[in-house]
Design a protein around this ligand. Structure first.
Ligand code: AHG
Ligand code: MN
Ligand code: MN
Length: 336
């Protein structure tokens, strides 16, 4: 390659251009959903900046209080929640938000907006202080309450199968935005010097079978017998165990390499630890669009009718064959 060629090769498709070109693939293509995605992308760039200099700016560590989940809130949890909420309020396309960090529904006062967002502003936040990848997870629904009125619980008590879009941002060795609007999954990598996301992973698909299993085995003794038996079989086959402890990062690796993430029920977390509305549903929509599968051990995640905004569910998600296999172990246990 000549020097001139090197400096004139195309950089790729920028997120904005991709969204504009795919407008037709956006449900109810009137431009509002595209704008909403851009608002999320903008907030993610701010969070990316804060995460990258966390050690220098003194925003590591906990704020000394617990969130609605009874879990220790990190300073960056609060900052991320603030930034995403602000972007969605000012962006104007979102009538309400359910955030992991806030007990009640957030009324954005955008009563004429058509969309409702559920969000885990910072996933894996306990990993911040040790310089390990973290993420953001979101889902977008069309509101069910009447336009022109404040949002209600009808807007978020929708099955995951009704999502119009879902995505995540991974703040890792590079920062990526991965999302679906129901027409496949596309991944964008952030170019910090240009301040833009560029399409780097078009039409992502997960391998039908994988060789990585991801689970916090510290809970092994209180896992359902079927899960214990499945993990034993993974060991017999010498599959690879990989667990970062940031759902987004574990999910992303498995999506690219083929594998399955599990968070079963445990003694401490009778319904699993992960949240249906802003962790499991979002990733379930993505994995299905990528050809994989997501279950709570009994049924498809996307078919669960939510009853409560912060409800938890067990999760088995990833390559189809691996999920089917753990389900067959769980079934065997029930029949025994
Ligand atoms: P969050 O930081 O949003 O509370 O999520 C933490 C979640 C998830 O990211 C991760 O996979 C899981 O908790 C890890 O839990 P364990 O420490 O129990 O393995
Ligand atoms: Mn989380
Ligand atoms: Mn979180």
């Amino acid at each position: 390659m000549t020097v001139l060629e090197k400096f004139t090769t195309p950089i790729g498709v920028a997120l904005d251009r991709f969204i504009a070109a795919k407008q037709g693939e956006f449900p109810f293509a009137t431009g509002e959903l595209s704008q909403l995605l851009r608002d999320i992308a903008l907030a993610s760039k701010i969070i990316n900046r804060e995460i990258n200099r966390a050690g220098l700016s003194g925003i590591e560590g906990s704020i000394g209080a617990d969130n609605v989940q009874g879990e220790r809130q990190q300073m960056l949890d609060v900052i991320a929640d603030y930034r995403f909420t602000r972007a969605l309020v000012i962006g104007g396309q979102t009538c309400g938000i359910v955030s992991e960090e806030v007990e009640d529904i957030i009324d954005t006062k955008n009563n004429d907006a058509k969309y409702f967002v559920t969000i885990d502003p910072l996933d894996g936040s306990s990993n911040i202080d040790v310089n390990v990848s973290v993420g953001t997870i979101f889902s977008i629904y069309r509101r069910k309450s009447e336009i022109g009125t404040p949002p209600t619980q009808k807007d978020y008590l929708q099955k995951g199968s009704e999502q119009v879009a879902a995505g995540y941002i991974l703040y890792g060795s590079s920062t990526m935005l991965v999302f679906t609007t129901g027409f496949g999954v596309n991944g964008f990598t952030y170019e910090p010097s240009l301040g833009e996301y560029f399409l780097s992973h078009p039409d992502m698909k997960i391998k039908e079978d994988g060789s990585i299993y991801s689970v916090n085995e510290g809970g092994y003794h209180s896992f359902p017998q079927g899960v214990k038996d499945y993990i034993d079989s993974c060991k017999q086959r010498e599959l690879s165990a990989r667990y970062i402890g940031s759902l987004v990062a574990d999910f992303h690796r498995n999506l690219l390499k083929g594998g399955m993430y599990m968070y079963p029920s445990t003694e401490k977390y009778q319904n699993g630890k992960l949240r249906l509305l802003y962790e499991c549903n979002s990733l379930a929509f993505i994995i299905e669009q990528a050809g994989g599968m997501a279950s709570n051990g009994e049924k498809r995640i996307l078919d669960i009718k939510p009853e409560e905004k912060h409800q938890r569910t067990p999760l088995y998600i990833g390559s189809k064959k691996m999920v089917e296999e753990v389900l067959s172990y769980l079934k065997k246990e029930q029949l025994a």
